[in-house]
Design a protein around this ligand. Structure first.
Ligand SMILES: Nc1ncnc2c1ncn2[C@@H]1O[C@H](COP(=O)(O)OP(=O)(O)O)[C@@H](O)[C@H]1O
Ligand SMILES: [Mg+2]
Length: 323
């Protein structure tokens, strides 16, 4: 058993857009997740969350750095080991409708992985397993012969979860898995994911642009900005004691669930646009929008450093105690 179930070390993923144009989608990202835990990855659209998820499950090659899963270098796996890996790691997507083949019955969709990995010996075992999976996610066996369009958004996400679970994974990347659903349905799916995690000892990378969502499910949380993690800590620590000016701005911009508090709390909205991730300068990427930026921030890039309590921040103001 490796020290951590998943370890991402110095991961870089660049997209080459043309002559001298390199988009730094993920630019030196490191974190780890222990077995049975949930790691939340948050940040505005375009900051690189999906690219992190896709590189971890090897839908993309990495430009630099590595991903260790149970101690094995994911991007070097071959043959049988690679096939094992594709079973142990699964992904759930934002839009379950787009990711479910409309021509296939729900049973066939859920059963696909069972066939690929030859997990059932007989037709009867296969059918029983599909019924079991439907029931695990709160659907019923009668749903097996229906088609995705006959289901509501929440039910479709349950089908997506059943499909992921079919192959007995250890690790699931939930990429905006509940972002497209109504708030009341979001809570149901979160509860289901938490329940499944306990029952099946699952480990999650939980990606969302909505901080409130991540707060309730994650043990640890990292905030991304323009391809980099700028703050990371145990979730309560991060939300109770945010330090990076970007995290503070994001929290101020996120609507609160409690309407009374929502009306009375201070709203500090960030000014300026997110700069381009193409050929970024080696400076603090938030400096162009930061109310505290000094000359140093526009000359050097701060590293992500532990400032105590396993609370990591990439900000000169915090690291050097500027007032
Ligand atoms: N296949 C691709 N080719 C080129 N650029 C991409 C590709 N996928 C993502 N990007 C760019 O990489 C950056 C990060 O995208 P993404 O990982 O989807 O962010 P997020 O999931 O946080 O919204 C964005 O600037 C996006 O436009
Ligand atoms: Mg995304």
């Amino acid at each position: 058993m490796a020290e951590h179930l998943l370890e991402v070390k110095g991961l870089k993923k660049y997209f080459r857009l043309g002559r001298n144009q390199v988009l730094h989608a993920v630019d030196d990202v490191s974190f780890y997740i222990d077995e049975g835990k949930t790691f939340g990855l948050v940040g505005e659209s375009g900051c690189g969350k999906t690219t992190v998820g896709r590189t971890i499950i090897r839908l993309y090659d990495a430009d630099e750095g590595k991903v260790l899963f149970d101690g094995m270098d994911v991007h070097k796996l071959k043959g049988k080991e690679y096939k094992q890996f594709t079973r142990k790691m699964q992904m759930i997507f934002q839009d379950p409708y787009a990711s479910l083949d409309p021509r296939k019955t729900v049973g066939a969709i859920i059963g696909e992985g069972l066939k690929i990995h030859r997990l059932c010996k007989t037709k009867q075992e296969y059918t029983e397993r599909i019924y079991e999976l439907l029931e695990i996610v709160g659907l019923s066996r009668e749903h097996a012969n229906r088609f995705p369009h006959e289901f509501s958004g929440g039910q479709r996400q349950r089908v997506g979860i059943a499909r992921a679970l079919a192959v007995n994974p250890k690790f699931i990347v939930c990429d905006e898995a509940i972002s497209a659903l109504d708030v009341s349905i979001q809570a149901q799916i979160i509860n289901l994911l938490v329940e499944l995690q306990e029952k099946l000892k699952l480990t999650y990378l939980f990606i969302a642009h909505d901080l409130n969502v991540v707060r309730h499910i994650s043990d640890d949380t990292a905030v991304m900005y323009l391809g980099q993690i700028i703050e990371m800590a145990e979730t309560n620590e991060l939300f109770n004691n945010p330090m990076h000016p970007y995290t503070i701005g994001l929290l101020a911009a996120a609507p609160e669930a409690d309407p009374d508090y929502e009306r009375s709390r201070p709203h500090m909205l960030m000014s300026g646009e997110v700069p381009s991730p193409i050929n970024p300068a080696p400076v603090c990427r938030f400096s162009s929008r930061c109310p505290h930026a000094r000359l140093k921030c526009t000359e050097e890039a701060p590293e992500l450093k532990d400032i105590g309590n396993n609370h990591y921040v990439a900000c000169f103001k915090i690291q050097e105690g500027w007032v």
